[in-house]
Design a protein around this ligand. Structure first.
Ligand SMILES: [Zn+2]
Length: 269
């Protein structure tokens, strides 16, 4: 009995190790070519390669940048892999499922790295930081706007980014529960939706089960080409319920939802 148990344990351990070995690198080939080197992925204006890192964590490569959003330590990014990239790291707020100090270590390895905080964090000194006001900042090739909220009693921003012919919205935890819309949420979405005529990629945290009133309101306002639901850390397949409902209401929007870390998408306008 003991032997069998030991064998089963070793077998599970071996499967786990193999999984770990094959899970890396995260930046597997997207689009043209078969190279797994991120620097070999060439994109034109209006194109983006998108990797799901975990939970609300994403990497988005455009023709001139690599943007990383709300990275968690188990998001698998090895800074050595991306050290020749023009990297922009966005952090929406200070909660542990959106911000980890690991990202600040990356600057030791990546010469061209810029941090953009959604609040006036202590760690944001010397970096770009948004706050309570709705601001517009030109950051390298990026044009960035924010909306602010403190629904969870901590300061947070969601971001709108225009770069390389793309308009991208990243919600962080800017969301709404089922039922009547929070007036701050509604006003923020109304404002953001007026900032661009078109939205290519919208990353949206999904909190509003079972009726998803806030999420559906945002999609109706943004009318995005692609909607990527998020904030499912470890329960990714739960997105299917939301997507099956939202698809009926918004047949023109594509819904891309990852089922596992490392899932990747290629966007072309
Ligand atoms: Zn969160």
């Amino acid at each position: 009995m003991n032997f069998i148990r030991k064998f089963v344990y070793l077998f599970i351990l071996a499967v786990f190790m193999v999984n770990l070995a094959t899970a890396h690198p995260i930046f597997e080939a997207v689009g043209r070519g078969n190279s797994n080197k991120i620097s070999d992925i060439q994109l034109k204006n209006g194109e983006a390669a998108v990797w799901y890192l975990f939970h609300a964590g994403w990497a988005v490569k455009t023709s001139s940048t690599l943007m990383i959003f709300d990275y968690l330590p188990n998001g698998f990014v090895d800074p050595n892999e991306i050290k020749d990239q023009n990297v922009y790291v966005f952090i929406s707020h200070g909660h542990g499922d959106h911000f980890d100090q690991t990202i600040l270590e990356w600057k030791k390895v990546i010469p061209d790295i810029t941090y953009v905080f959604g609040w006036q964090a202590q760690e944001a000194q010397g970096h770009h930081a948004f706050g309570r006001d709705r601001l517009f900042k030109s950051i390298g090739p990026l044009k960035v706007k924010n909306i602010f909220h403190n629904f969870d009693n901590i300061p947070e921003s969601a971001f709108l980014i225009e770069v390389d012919g793309l308009t991208i919205y990243f919600s962080g935890d800017h969301g709404s529960f089922a039922g009547a819309l929070n007036p701050v949420y509604k006003d923020n979405i109304d404002y953001m939706s007026q900032q661009s005529d078109e939205f290519d990629l919208v990353f949206l945290s999904i909190f509003g089960s079972p009726t998803y009133d806030g999420e559906l309101y945002a999609i109706d306002k943004f009318k995005p080409r692609v909607l990527l639901p998020m904030h499912y850390g470890g329960r990714e397949s739960d997105a299917e319920r939301f997507v099956s409902l939202a698809r009926l209401k918004f047949p023109k929007t594509k819904f891309w939802y990852p089922l596992k870390q490392g899932d990747r998408f290629l966007y072309k306008k």
